[in-house]
Design a binder for this molecule. Structure first.
Ligand code: ATP
Ligand code: MG
Length: 357
C-alpha cells in the first residue's frame, strides 16, 4: 500500500520532443486514478516514468516513503499491466503467474498460495494448465491481471489494458477491474484514451493535453464544471455544445433569450451546454429560465431509449445536439426549436479557453 506523489515531472526525449511538460499529481493510498487524453498527450510516457521504464528529465516521483527516480523498475514495488498482456506463450498459465515470484526466489509454498489465491479471485483456476494461445482475449487479460496481483505490489499501473478487447468484453472487464481494485485497495494509475472508461473507473480523473494536466478531480466534478473548453468537449458524448459569440458581442444568430444568463454575454465568450440540458419545444413554448435556439436538423442518432437530434444554428452556425426521449423520426432539413436551461450554460473565455465562472 502506498501513496504516489509526482512533483513537476518533465520528459524530453532524445531528439527534443517534450512529451511531459511539468506534471504534479498526488495519488492517495488505495485510490484509482485514471489518466485520459488524446493520442500523443504524454499518458504512456508519464506512466512509464512511474514504472521506471523511462528516465525522468526533471522532477521527483515518490512511491510510499521513497523517492524512486533512480530505482530500477524491479525495485519500485509496482506491477504493470499492458495492452498486449505480454504473456509468455510457451508457458502454462500457472507458470506465467509463478514466473516473477520464482525470479525473486520466493519460497515455493508462498508462490503456490499467491497463485491459487489470485486464480480464485479471477476465476481462472480451471485454466491454470493451459497455454495463453488456448485462451480467449478476456481470459488472457485476466491472466495478465493475475500476474500483477500475485506480486502484491504497492501499486498497479495499467496502460490501456482493455483496448484489444471487443466492446462488450471491454465493458465487462472494466467492471471486473473496478471490483478487483476496490477489493484489493491497491493504489492504481490507469491510462486510457476512452473517456467513458475513464469516467466509470476513476476515483480521480486526470485529463491531459499536450503534456500537461488540463484538470484533475472527481469524474462528475469534471463533467459538471469543466475548467477548460478542452475538458468540456473531451468529457461527455455527444460533446458539450459550444456557441462562440461574435466579435460584436451578439448572442449568436438563432439564439434568443440569453439576457437572463448569469454573467451575461459579451465579446469573445464561448457558451457551452450539454445535450441533456436542452429539449425540443413547440414555437414559443419555452419556459422562464430557458433560452431558445432555432435549428435546421442535420441528422439524428438513435441510441435506444433516447435519441440525439443534431441541428445547425442559423446559416453557418455551429451544430447543436439535443437529447430527446425515445425514437426521433425527424428528417434532415426540418426546422425545429430547442430550449436550453440558462442555469446549465457554461461560459468560457474564447481566447484562453478557461472557464469564466
Ligand atoms: N521513445 C520516444 N522517443 C521520442 N519521442 C517519443 C517516444 N515515445 C513517445 N514519444 C513522443 O512523445 C509524445 C507522447 O507520447 P506518449 O506515448 O506518451 O502518448 P500517449 O498519450 O500515450 O498516446 P496514445 O494514446 O497514442 O498511446 C508523442 O509526441 C510521441 O510521439
Ligand atoms: Mg499510450
Amino acid at each position: 500500500m502506498a501513496r504516489i506523489e509526482l512533483t513537476d515531472i518533465r520528459k524530453v526525449y532524445p531528439g527534443g520532443v517534450e512529451a511531459v511538460k511539468g506534471v504534479s499529481l498526488g495519488i492517495d493510498d488505495g485510490e484509482f486514478v485514471v489518466l485520459v487524453g488524446p493520442s500523443g498527450c504524454g499518458k504512456s510516457t508519464l506512466l512509464r516514468m512511474v514504472a521506471g521504464l523511462e528516465s525522468i528529465t526533471s522532477g521527483t516521483i515518490q512511491i510510499g516513503e521513497r523517492v524512486v527516480n533512480e530505482l530500477e523498475p524491479a525495485e519500485r514495488d509496482i506491477a504493470m499491466v499492458f495492452q498486449n498482456y505480454a504473456l509468455y506463450p510457451h508457458m502454462s498459465v500457472r507458470q506465467n503467474l509463478e514466473y516473477g515470484l520464482k525470479n525473486r526466489k520466493m519460497p515455493k509454498p508462498e508462490i503456490a498460495r499467491r497463485v491459487d489465491e489470485a486464480a480464485g479471485i479471477l476465476e481462472i483456476a480451471p485454466l491454470l494448465a493451459r497455454k495463453p494461445g488456448q485462451l480467449s482475449g478476456g481470459q488472457r487479460q485476466r491472466v495478465a491481471m493475475g500476474r500483477a496481483i500475485v506480486r502484491e505490489p504497492a501499486a498497479f499501473l495499467f496502460d490501456e489494458p482493455l483496448s484489444n478487447l471487443d466492446a462488450k468484453l471491454r465493458v465487462q472487464m472494466r467492471a471486473e477491474i473496478r471490483r478487483l481494485q476496490r477489493r484489493l485497495a491497491t493504489t492504481s494509475l490507469y491510462v486510457t484514451h476512452d473517456q467513458l472508461e475513464a469516467m466509470t473507473l476513476a476515483d480521480q480523473l486526470v485529463v491531459m493535453n499536450g503534456g500537461r494536466i488540463e484538470q484533475a478531480g472527481r469524474p462528475m466534478d469534471l463533467y459538471e464544471r469543466p475548467a477548460t473548453l478542452f475538458v468540456a468537449t473531451f468529457i461527455g458524448s455527444p460533446a458539450m455544445n459550444l456557441v462562440p459569440l461574435d466579435a460584436a458581442g451578439g448572442a449568436g444568430e438563432g439564439l434568443v433569450g440569453l439576457d437572463g444568463l448569469p454573467g451575461g454575454v459579451s465579446d469573445g465568450v464561448v457558451l457551452g451546454i450539454r445535450p441533456e440540458h436542452m429539449r425540443l419545444v413547440e414555437a414559443d413554448a419555452h419556459e422562464a429560465g430557458e433560452f431558445v435556439a432555432d435549428l435546421t436538423v442535420t441528422g439524428v442518432e438513435v441510441v435506444g431509449a433516447e435519441s440525439y437530434v443534431f441541428g445547425a444554428l442559423a446559416e453557418k452556425g455551429p451544430e447543436i445536439a439535443v437529447r430527446v426521449p425515445g425514437y426521433s423520426h425527424l428528417e434532415p432539413g426540418t426546422k425545429v426549436r430547442a430550449a436550453g436551461r440558462l442555469d446549465a450554460v457554461h461560459r468560457f473565455d474564447g481566447a484562453s479557453g478557461r472557464r469564466l465562472d
